[in-house]
Write a protein that binds this ligand. Structure first.
Ligand code: GLC
Length: 708
């Protein structure tokens, strides 16, 4: 492979070299197709993004192969949660706490996206986020670095497989490095002012996990971190990611992010911006042609050398060779059409991932599951019959229709008389439809309210200062609650929605996020008990936006939050606790933990095994997720009150008991000292296992750690 790359490099003109660093959006109008084709034919474009039409894609690949050096194009697309078959949003799927599922949906997505000629996905998105105001929380795997790291590994295995050149593999891109989920006030593209410690402890580990998992590409984030835009952050991109972590892949900028260094205020023109980004380690320049236009002048001005350019070109050519593009550029797009069996398999997986991502938040008086006795069901609200909304943000291709909640319930309850009225719009509109909704609710024995957000209220450039239910939905809900009858609420949403009044008055609440193609069936499977809900929140659910940031791994402070103590860490006008803690999720059965076994002491460098019994004390089988937390209550750096170190599942029949084991590795007992170096300090540690991060319900044991 390197011989081929060396030969190509030795024969490339400067224009052809810069062409390999140039990625152009060929799917978002307006663009000059004739000019783009001229550039492809001249070898001045190395990759294209956002194409969803294999015929055009093949035509442009043929043009590239007809250029002087016949270097094939890479085709990139944001395949975050499916291509034509759409799976749950990443934040939803993360709630399944199931790396095997995470890998399967990524792997299956490649079967569809590869046949459209896509060879690179801009996924997985690994931005830890604790701020639901940020619209892109919907694309992330939640608030915890440990979960995001496992998510990274699973997704990269799924997208890339074990051999990148195979038809079933495409290049994954870990994005957006780094701390993008911590933008000020949740404002997208905003500045980030996290400490070096927070970077090292929270925002970087998922990317290190991605590098260790062999990710092919990394995308720096739009944001600056403490004044250094990530696209220009050589200390992180080069020194940490490449030198320390050993990343040998390609860094691809985010969309026009190189040119945006001018707006950031660190470059005075495109030449300067291009030279800063290249020297920081960014190989491919997405969409703004900063490299093609700026680097020739940068060379003349001595801002970069030809060796700097060659280094980037070599990485890009090496990735193309690893993808097998020089051998068989049409390998993926020429795959035989999907068989009916495969399509059925994808649909079944979409349904399975959907129901495994539904979180049962509340279920008083066992209101759920709905059984056949429920004859007359009022399904009220703007998201009950909303096929496009169920896809959420960033669905890659033009998916088929999704299964709506209305269709899912009708299919699951064929003998029930299910009537639907919208009542109000998701946003805007008026309240004229509420009377009809109230009348229907009065005449029904089961009331289901379907409320939430539009698919476009989260995703890129969709941050919201207010995270309540939009529009007149509260007016609708309160009119229905006023009837005094039990109400089941199904939320469709991309972020946790602050609605304490709703959680107070509804009998049952289901968080269904946006579940994709099989949303309605997945939700109905849970609501009718065909699937015993097993998902748990991967983010803390705030009671009110004013609590943000609120998450499970905060430090205690010198005046730990205590509602009984006036002078303690809290808001006087809001509860201390969130609406729901990280890991919250109910079931139709009841699980009990007992018999926590932890050695009384260990020596630095030992591996510690933790065992706990979990039993199903209810009447239906189910799947429980347990969380392993660690706390170092006294250390030279104050440690979080809980640090997640593992999660595991137990599938239990009614009455069954199992022992679940966890392993704490030596590194789990270390933390970053004041110089951000890993350090072990002897002393007592608290090992806890729980069904969520609710600290009042953990099983905890102390273990003495002794230095060597
Ligand atoms: C967007 C997003 C990034 C995406 C890229 C290409 O601006 O920030 O996540 O991969 O452009 O679509």
């Amino acid at each position: 492979m390197s011989d081929l790359v060396d030969r190509l490099l030795a024969s490339m003109t400067l224009e052809e070299k810069l062409g390999q660093l140039n990625m152009i959006d060929a799917g978002t109008p307006p663009y000059d197709e004739a000019e783009m084709e001229r550039q492809i034919a001249a070898g001045r474009i190395g990759s294209l993004l956002n194409i969803r039409d294999p015929e055009r894609l093949n035509r442009w690949q043929a043009m590239a192969l007809g250029s002087r050096l016949k270097i094939p194009l890479i085709f990139g697309l944001d395949v975050l949660h499916g291509h034509y078959t759409i799976y749950p949003l990443p934040i939803a799927e993360a709630c399944a706490f199931d790396p095997e599922l995470w890998e399967r949906t990524a792997k299956i997505s490649v079967e569809e996206t590869g046949r459209d000629g896509i060879t690179m996905t801009f996924a997985p998105m690994l931005d830890v986020c604790r701020d639901p105001r940020w619209g892109r929380i919907a694309e992330c795997p939640g608030e915890d670095a440990y979960v995001a790291s496992r998510f990274a590994e699973a997704k990269i295995r799924g997208y890339q497989g074990t051999d990148l050149s195979r038809r079933e593999s495409i290049a994954a891109t870990a994005k957006h490095l780094g701390a993008y989920g911590a933008v000020e006030a949740g404002r997208d593209y905003g500045s980030v002012n996290v400490s070096e410690r927070q970077l090292a402890e929270t925002y970087l580990p998922p990317f290190e996990a991605a590098v260790k998992a062999g990710v092919s590409s990394i995308m720096p984030a739009f944001n600056d971190v403490a004044g250094i835009p990530m696209t220009a952050h050589g200390d992180l991109l080069n020194d940490l990611v490449r030198e320390t972590w050993g990343f040998e892949g390609v860094m691809v900028s985010d969309y026009t992010a190189v040119a945006e260094l001018i707006a950031h205020g660190i470059a005075d023109d495109l030449t300067h911006a291009a030279s800063i980004a290249l020297m920081a380690g960014v190989d491919i320049d997405m969409q703004d042609q900063a490299y093609v236009q700026g680097l020739p002048k940068a060379l003349e001005r001595g801002l970069v050398t030809m060796a700097d350019i060659d280094r980037a070109v070599r990485r890009v050519l090496t990735l193309k060779a690893k993808l097998g593009l020089f051998d068989e550029p049409y390998r993926r797009v020429s795959a035989p059409p999907l068989s009916e069996t495969q399509v059925k398999e994808f649909t079944a997986l979409a349904r399975d991932s959907a129901r495994r991502s539904v979180v049962l938040l509340k279920n008083d008086n066992n209101t759920l599951p709905i059984t056949s006795k429920n004859k007359k069901i009022a399904l009220i609200g703007p998201l009950a019959d909303a096929p496009l909304e169920m896809f959420g943000c960033w669905f890659a291709a033009a998916p088929l229709e999704s299964v709506t909640i209305l269709h899912g319930l009708k299919t699951a309850l064929p003998n029930a008389d299910i009537r639907h009225v919208k009542g109000v719009e998701i946003e805007g509109g008026d309240t004229n439809g509420i009377a009809e909704a109230v009348a229907l609710a009065k005449a029904s024995d089961t009331i289901v309210l379907s409320l939430g957000e539009t698919k476009d209220m989260t995703g890129e450039a969709h941050s919201r200062g207010r995270i309540e239910l939009p529009g007149h939905q509260r007016a609708l809900a309160e009119a229905i609650f006023a009837l005094g009858k039990p109400v089941i609420v199904v939320l469709s949403h991309g972020r946790p929605v602050a609605a304490p009044w709703l959680f107070e008055r509804a009998e049952a609440v289901v968080s269904s996020w946006f579940l994709g193609s099989e949303a309605g069936h997945g939700i109905a499977d849970v609501m009718t008990g065909k699937w015993n809900p097993s998902a748990k929140l991967c983010v803390t659910w705030p009671y009110d936006g004013g609590q943000i940031p609120i998450f499970h791994s905060q430090r205690s402070t010198g005046r730990p939050a205590n509602p009984e103590v006036y002078f303690s860490t809290r808001h006087v006008d809001l509860p201390i606790e969130p609406q729901f803690p990280f890991g919250h999720g109910l079931s139709y059965t009841r699980y009990a933990l007992s018999n926590l076994k932890v050695p009384s002491e260990f020596t630095e460098g030992d591996t510690v095994t933790v065992a706990v019994d979990v039993s199903n004390e209810g009447s239906v089988a189910g799947e429980e997720t347990l969380f392993l937390f660690l706390r170092d209550p006294v250390a030279s750096i104050a440690r979080p009150v809980l640090e997640l170190k593992g999660f595991a599942k137990a599938t239990l029949k009614s009455g069954e008991r199992k022992t679940v084991c966890f392993t704490l590795k030596p590194a789990d007992f270390e933390f970053l000292d004041k110089n951000l170096q890993p350090r072990f300090e002897s002393g007592a540690f608290e090992v806890s296992v729980g069904q969520s991060a609710d600290r009042t319900k953990l099983l905890t044991a102390k273990v003495q750690g002794n230095a060597r």
